[in-house]
Design a protein around this ligand. Structure first.
Ligand SMILES: [Zn+2]
Length: 230
């Protein structure tokens, strides 16, 4: 009986160091978010499209940066919905590299990620390549599209929004992007990173993911936790 009690006491004993001093509790730290499962399904982004992107950067951002197709040190994540019914239709539009119907410019529009209604995360473009998805912010923004027709539809689809939040949590920690810089397309004009050299486009934005809906999104993102070591 005494042996059993001794064993039980040993099992519950407070861990001590070799010197017999109680080990201080470790400071609690936010764990690094896990990378979610991402399906790599690239659109063609060859030399011609890269040169079209360089020319776009020269026209739209030439006053403050060297023309390039490379995305370096992104500071913003922009949330969109596709306004189209399927992942495949979105992929086809982004892959085509034809002038967009609204601004009639090249390269064609695209986004780095598209999240399907099933919750599957597709990556279409490397994170070191610029995509045209948000006027004024393409030079520094990662674009994330959601298959659907409204903010409410995406926010109400638990599989889709859960996948979206996991992806953005991982991305924002990887690139040290603040939660306030995870914005909806409709918030683009109020971003401190918004710069547009073409005067007629300085107030151009879209209606997808407005401020009220992004407050909901950012609250849920914040609830996932901070980034390790920060
Ligand atoms: Zn958009």
């Amino acid at each position: 009986m005494r042996q059993i009690i001794a064993l039980l006491l040993a099992l519950v004993a407070i861990p001590t160091s070799a010197a017999g001093i109680a080990t201080p509790p470790r400071p609690t730290r936010a764990a690094a978010p896990l990378k979610p499962r991402i399906v790599w399904d690239p659109i063609p982004f060859g030399n011609q499209r890269k040169q079209e992107m360089v020319a776009y950067v020269r026209r739209h951002y030439g006053s403050f940066m060297r023309p390039t197709w490379r995305l370096t040190d992104p500071q913003v994540i922009v949330i969109h919905y596709t306004d189209s019914p399927t992942f495949q239709s979105t992929w086809n539009t982004f892959a085509s590299d034809t002038p967009d119907p609204e601004l009639h410019e090249l390269p064609g529009t695209c986004a780095h990620f598209v999240i399907d209604t099933t919750g599957t995360i597709y990556q279409l473009v490397s994170l070191t390549t610029m995509c045209r998805h948000t006027v004024g912010l393409n030079w520094t923004a990662i674009g994330i599209e959601h298959v659907g027709f409204s903010d409410a539809q995406v926010l109400g689809d638990q599989r889709q929004v859960t996948a979206s939040l996991k992806l953005v949590y991982w991305l924002r920690c990887r690139f040290h992007i603040q939660i306030k810089n995870v914005i909806g397309h409709n918030e683009s004009l109020s971003s401190p990173y918004h710069h547009e050299d073409v005067a007629s486009l300085r107030n151009q934005t879209h209606s997808d993911f407005n401020h009220a809906d992004m407050q909901v999104y950012r609250r849920r993102l914040r609830a996932l936790g901070g980034c390790a070591g920060r």
